[in-house]
Unconditional design. Structure first.
Length: 229
């Protein structure tokens, strides 16, 4: 069975996991904000040593491809690509929002007509989000959305929507509707990537390692500091 390394760095957290045939073998996490640059390689090394596995035992690397933190995604994808190049193994990409949908549905039972809305924090009242049904099918594609009182109003008029992810908390006050449900404490983690990554590995749904880029969704903005006279 394929041994796959999973890397998740799309938020302020950083996590890695090792799966054999889609089943979890080991995991490591850093819950310290902005620790990806300093901790990612350390976590991978510690995990491989703890399982007495060599990087040469890997058959593929799966990486959370975004949307999410520009810096986190850049570091995670660069690390994944470096390992794939060095070992001549395939790269598998995992959409971060769809990963959150799978995490949510693995632990929650919702109505047949209800929708899932994973949200990752962007800026101010903006989030990265999508809508998916109970069958994990995307019904509204990934977008950067500014949240206000009218957001999702048409859907909420007839359907329950479950909002979760690190961008959902700031939307609670704006989205006031009986059909809107907010779930706290759900973040994307590498340990949940394995089964989906293995499915993609078996189906040969792999990326061109040389050309693959994270799904930033929006350009990274660098603002010049304001001069003080």
């Amino acid at each position: 069975m394929a041994l796959i390394l999973s890397i998740e760095t799309s938020t302020t957290f950083c996590s890695v996991a090792l799966h054999q045939g889609g089943l979890l073998v080991a995991k490591r996490e850093s819950l310290t904000a902005q620790s990806t640059a300093s901790q990612l390689a350390v976590l991978i090394d510690e995990m491989m040593k703890s399982t007495m596995r060599s990087p040469r035992d890997l058959q593929a690397v799966a990486v959370s491809a975004g949307p999410g933190s520009y810096t986190g995604l850049r570091i995670g994808v660069a690390t994944a690509k470096g390992i794939c190049y060095a070992l001549s193994i395939p790269l598998i990409s995992i959409n971060t929002l769809e990963l959150l949908v799978r995490q949510f549905l693995a632990s929650q039972t919702i109505a047949q007509t209800a929708l899932c809305c994973p949200m990752l924090d962007a800026r101010r009242m903006e989030v990265y989000c999508l809508l998916a049904n109970r069958q994990k099918e995307v019904v509204e594609k990934t977008q950067a959305k500014v949240i206000d009182a009218d957001s999702f109003a048409n859907r909420l008029a007839t359907q329950e929507i479950y909002f979760f992810g690190d961008g959902a908390a700031k939307c609670k006050d704006a989205i006031q509707h009986p059909n809107a449900h907010f779930i706290d404490g759900l973040h994307p983690f590498a340990e949940h990537m394995g089964a989906w990554a293995f499915e993609k590995f078996q189906a040969k749904e792999i990326e061109d390692t040389a050309l693959f880029e994270p799904f930033y969704l929006k350009d990274f903005l660098i603002r010049k500091p304001i001069a003080v006279n």
